[in-house]
Design a protein around this ligand. Structure first.
Ligand SMILES: [Zn+2]
Length: 453
């Protein structure tokens, strides 16, 4: 499958460095909880310091340090203000757990197979990006490159997989002066979307929010041996479940979903969004389930609670629904969607958690630089399209605390499309084609130079 000759000869030292970094990182078990990121972070810090970076390890609790490495213009004193833009290459070094018995290769082996594919937990999410970003930064620094103006900052956070309380959230909320930034490149985009023979690069411009709710029904308790005496609240959830299964929520063309459908060539004059989605389902049936959640509210029932005793008819039943809303949709509109969805049913709705989505504009200098780079390095690709993450990443903390910063999800894969990488995340046999790791490292190197001079 892999053909090492496709890594240009001039990129080979960078590719080798990125591979060594990734293999080392995969071999550090940073499953969170508990995280245990310190050894990986200390090792990265040493490498970045040796290349000329000013490095700090900032920890909210002992043993869980976040890494901040900075490279300023020639003669810049660490910590002194800089003119120009601050570019942050962001990643997290913790991972979700892995059940080794379910894997073909040990998840902490960093095994490289005959096809040039590296296996291990974090190979996609997201030690690969940490490795590519750090390799790019070190190679620039070792060659003597320094920003003409501004600052290159590497942030490797801990604790992302359980919400970032000790990681990016803590950095942004409690140490804003240390991580204030103009541009963030993070996870959450870059894998190709393939439709027929056209291959588009996704660029993560936004993340969905949540509008979680409980649907509650009420009845009258009785002994389960005499059903006619009671009024079973659980059975009243049947029409709710039916409604959730049968109803397809409308497509919500906020800015990013519109730009995505247009970019894919599916939404053109005279075509409705629904027709565009139908065309997507027809032309790319494996991709459609990954793209559709980007375009609309989703409401998925996940937890049900009723009686706590087998022989008691429940007087009350509750269904919890994980509802996700596109960036650009406000809380009132989202709740309205939910009420419309359940309209006419005899239920109570309690909204438990509403967080609006977040995003950065799908155009501007960073997007232009990324587009230009991809056009040059993969001229056969059909273009770059903005994508929306159905979940969220550490980008949300940066966008919330620094509203003027532009944050993008970008780890360009050339060989492994989204339909291949997405199902591997948090699952068994996570792995990366090393040509893609090299491609990404090269992209970061060139983008940093384009953005900082
Ligand atoms: Zn991740």
């Amino acid at each position: 499958m892999a053909d090492h000759r496709s890594v240009p000869a001039s990129d080979e030292p960078l590719a080798t460095a990125a591979t060594a970094l990734l293999q080392h990182l995969v071999r550090q078990n940073t499953v969170n909880p508990p995280g245990d990121e310190e050894a990986a972070q200390t090792w990265l810090a040493e490498r970045l310091r040796a290349a000329g970076f000013h490095v700090d390890l900032l920890a909210a609790v002992p043993g869980r340090p976040n890494l901040i490495a900075e490279l300023g213009p020639a003669g810049h004193e660490p910590g002194a203000p800089v003119d120009g833009q601050i570019v942050t290459l962001l990643s997290h070094v913790d991972t979700v757990l892995a059940d080794a018995a379910a894997w073909q290769h040990d998840p902490w082996s960093g095994h490289i197979d005959d096809d040039g594919v590296l296996w291990g937990r974090g190979a996609i999410d997201m030690k690969s990006q940490t490795a590519a970003e750090v390799a790019a930064a070190i190679s620039l620094a070792e060659e003597g490159w320094r920003p003409a103006t501004g600052l290159l900052r590497i942030v490797v956070a801990v604790d992302e997989e359980v919400g970032g309380t000790l990681g990016a959230r803590w950095l942004c909320e409690e140490n804003a002066d240390r991580v204030r930034t103009d541009i963030v490149i993070n996870e959450g985009g870059g894998a190709p979307l393939v439709i027929g023979d056209r291959r588009f690069y996704g660029l993560g411009v936004g993340e969905k929010g949540v509008c979680r709710f409980i649907v509650r029904t009420r009845g009258r308790a009785a002994h389960a041996s005499t059903p006619g005496v009671g009024d079973n609240a659980l059975l009243k959830l049947v029409p709710v479940l039916q409604r959730l299964e049968e109803t397809e929520l409308p497509i919500d063309l906020t800015d990013a979903p519109r730009a995505l459908l247009e970019g894919l060539g599916l939404l053109t004059d005279g075509v409705t969004p629904e027709q565009a989605v139908d065309a997507l389902r027809e032309q790319a049936p494996d991709l459609a389930p990954l793209v559709e959640p980007m375009l609309r509210v989703t409401a998925v029932p996940t937890i049900i609670e009723a009686s706590s005793k087998i022989n008691v008819i429940p007087a009350r039943a509750e269904l919890r629904v994980d509802c996700r809303i596109p960036p650009g949709m406000d809380a009132d509109t989202a709740r309205g969607r939910v009420r419309d969805l359940l309209d006419g049913l005899d239920v109570e709705i309690e909204f438990t958690e509403t967080i609006v989505g977040n995003g950065s504009e799908p155009g501007g200098p960073v997007v232009d630089a990324i587009t230009a780079w991809l056009t040059e390095h993969d001229p056969e690709a059909a273009g770059v399209v903005p994508t929306i993450l159905p979940g969220f990443t550490d980008s949300r903390w940066f966008r919330a605390i620094f509203p003027d910063c532009r944050a993008y999800g970008f780890f360009p894969h050339r060989h492994m499309p989204l339909t291949q990488t997405y199902p591997m995340m948090h699952a068994a046999d996570e792995r990366i084609d090393l040509r893609d790791l090299a491609f990404a490292a090269r992209a970061y190197r060139d983008l940093v130079v384009t953005l900082l001079g």
